[in-house]
Design a protein around this ligand. Structure first.
Ligand code: GLP
Length: 244
């Protein structure tokens, strides 16, 4: 595992954006797996800046987001659909036809999940998957106990996840279920980039990267993948040294 530690969040975000830009330069029609949450916001801001300066081109790229809340319409301000358009898509030259975000509404969520998996496959699989990490080790919305061969499906959210996300986004309420790519789906990506910042992530980062590989720490699944780059700011890396 390639672990890189940066002085602060800004530096980490810049390095993450550079990895995405390099991916698109090497393969303009790359399939990107994209994440939400507060962690990648700086990376998206940096990608927008780079786009404005002509340093990155999304015109041929495909994207598949990790997850979406069940029951939120795509125009709900709490939805990850709104997050993605606000933070990235509307500022850059992504072709809306190549943008994919799971839908949390519809009569047949199970069928929609299957179709989402098929679309990823038809696009050729994910070249670069961006991930954040939840305080309990979740990746996407794969909470502790998620099987490592899980696929896109409807999941129940941990109480802590809902309360942390409500606090972070200042939402008065949030759904307790989501549609999430599975850990199996994530592990099939050719390359994975995990981002974490802040001291509140230090403990779980150490567990995920250095602890036992277990379903109870979903991000520990990344230890079995052959091409993972981990970008941390100093506080998030602060528990790593003692365990190395
Ligand atoms: C959220 C998202 C994850 C994200 C994680 C961390 O619930 N579903 O994809 O990586 O929790 O969020 P944050 O970056 O705000 O700490």
């Amino acid at each position: 595992m390639d672990i890189r530690v940066y002085g602060d969040y800004r530096e980490m975000s810049r390095a993450a954006a550079q990895i995405v830009a390099d991916q698109l330069r090497a393969k303009p029609d790359s399939v990107l797996g994209l994440a939400t949450g507060s962690t990648p916001e700086g990376m998206y801001a940096e990608l927008v800046r780079m786009y404005r300066e002509g340093q990155v081109d999304f015109s041929q790229a495909h994207s598949f987001n990790l997850d979406e809340y069940v029951g939120l319409s795509p125009d709900d301000p709490r939805s990850y659909n709104v997050y993605m358009w606000k933070n990235l898509f509307r500022h850059v030259n992504f072709d809306p036809k190549r943008v994919h975000i799971p839908s949390g509404v519809g009569d047949d969520l199970a069928g929609q999940c299957l179709r989402y998996e098929r679309m990823i496959e038809e696009a050729g699989g994910i070249d670069l998957q961006v991930l954040g990490i939840g305080r309990n080790g979740h990746i996407g919305f794969n909470e502790p106990g998620s099987p490592f061969d899980s696929r896109t499906r409807v999941v129940d959210l941990a109480e802590q996840t809902v309360s942390v996300n409500m606090e972070k986004t200042e939402a008065i309420s949030l759904p307790t279920q989501a549609v999430s790519m599975g850990i199996g789906t994530i592990l099939e990506s050719r390359r994975i980039m995990l981002l974490a910042n802040g001291v509140e992530k230090a403990e779980i980062v150490a567990k995920a990267l250095r602890g036992p590989v277990t379903w109870m720490v979903p991000a520990s699944a990344l230890q079995v993948h052959g091409d993972v780059v981990v970008l941390l700011d100093k506080p998030a890396a602060s528990r790593l040294e003692t365990r190395m």
